[in-house]
Write a protein that binds this ligand. Structure first.
Ligand code: GDD
Length: 316
């Protein structure tokens, strides 16, 4: 069985490749751009096949899909950092929506029969009121950033291609996922790296933060990629599934737990550049639909994810 992972050089993509290799019996392929950072996949060289392609280029995408002819496509490649989507909204929309469109058109025009998973996002729910949690797949989509809008675009394009062409597409709305290899712009990894830099004395003992009142439903990335796999192994064509822990923590709680794992004395300072024009304040999901269809449940406790993220930075 051939598997194609777009975004293999990224955080979730590299963990999904690890999962596929550990499973065994899979021919794993990934797409890289000429300027992709390769540090997350250095350990995969020789074990997976990497193909140079830019998903924003339709002919490049079609060539690579035709060459690999995958049975499963996991579409993880995206501009995934919310603040960048305000600084470069057109680029975020193009990469995320048009990149995906090019995959769909390649599969359709080649006439390839494959299952496609789309890494959609809980950011699509955006403005969630206190009386609307836990969030089900039927909750309204009220995105609060260009990134959120791009994910709604990907999600609905998936629905439309399923309805129009009966393409075998499964949409997963992943809530926040964290763990080792996470880029240090995302909140848990950012705070963990700052703590380690302070422990090493390479940074003054001041940890810079943004909005600590937001709440997120965190899942370990290794549980998340197992869910991605199950979405294609057991998920129903055309369906959309929330994937989450069904618990939420404020960013302040998360920070306090990280601080309890260091002996360094650290001062907290708000950095106004880290505040967003509109932040998603509350994400707490319900993934009963996904659990019922696939049997998935998360296995790695939040404390373990925090510790592994800190240890990842301590080891570098
Ligand atoms: N990045 C960051 N840095 N976020 C901070 C900081 C900080 O210093 N301080 C507070 N926060 C708050 C943000 O305002 C936000 O409310 C929350 O921490 C999480 O921020 P991120 O880790 O940047 O993630 P996100 O929730 O915006 O988006 C992530 O999760 C989505 C799924 O819900 C990304 O992984 C997206 O790609 C993903 O779709």
């Amino acid at each position: 069985m051939r598997v194609l992972i777009t975004g293999i050089t990224g955080f979730a993509g590299s963990h999904l490749a690890d999962f596929c290799l550990a499973k065994g019996g899979l021919d794993v392929h990934g797409i890289v751009r000429w300027r992709s950072r390769m540090e997350n996949v250095e350990h995969l060289v020789g074990k997976v096949s990497l193909h140079e392609c830019d998903l924003r280029d339709a002919s490049s995408t079609r060539d690579v899909v035709e060459h690999i002819r995958p049975d499963y496509i996991f579409h993880l490649a995206a501009q995934s950092f919310v603040p960048t989507s305000w600084k470069a909204p057109a680029e975020s929309l193009t990469t995320n929506v048009i990149g995906q469109l090019n995959i769909f058109e390649a599969v359709r025009k080649i006439g390839l029969e494959c299952r496609i998973q789309l890494a959609c996002s809980s950011e699509e729910y955006g403005m969630v009121y206190e009386n609307e949690v836990p969030i089900k797949e039927t909750n309204p989509l009220r995105p609060l950033s260009p990134y959120g809008v791009s994910k709604v675009g990907q999600d609905l394009l998936g629905y439309q291609y399923f309805m129009s062409y009966k393409m075998d597409i499964v949409r997963t709305r992943g809530f926040n996922h964290e763990g080792p290899r996470r880029a240090p712009v995302f909140v848990m990894s950012d705070f963990a790296k700052q703590i380690v830099d302070i422990e090493r004395g390479v940074k003054p003992p001041v940890l810079r933060v943004g909005n600590l009142e937001a709440k997120r439903d965190f899942t370990d990335v290794r549980d998340m990629v197992r869910a991605y796999w199950l979405s294609l192994e057991k998920g129903k064509p055309g369906e959309v599934y929330n994937i989450c822990q069904e618990k939420c923590w404020s960013i302040r709680d998360m920070l306090d737990q990280l601080l309890a794992m260091t002996t360094a004395k650290i001062k907290i300072e708000t950095d106004k550049d880290r505040l967003r024009p509109s932040d998603v304040m509350l994400l707490l999901g319900d993934c009963s639909k996904f659990r019922a269809d696939t049997g998935w449940k998360p296995t790695i406790p939040f404390e373990q994810t925090l510790r592994d993220t800190l240890d990842y930075w301590r080891g570098r």
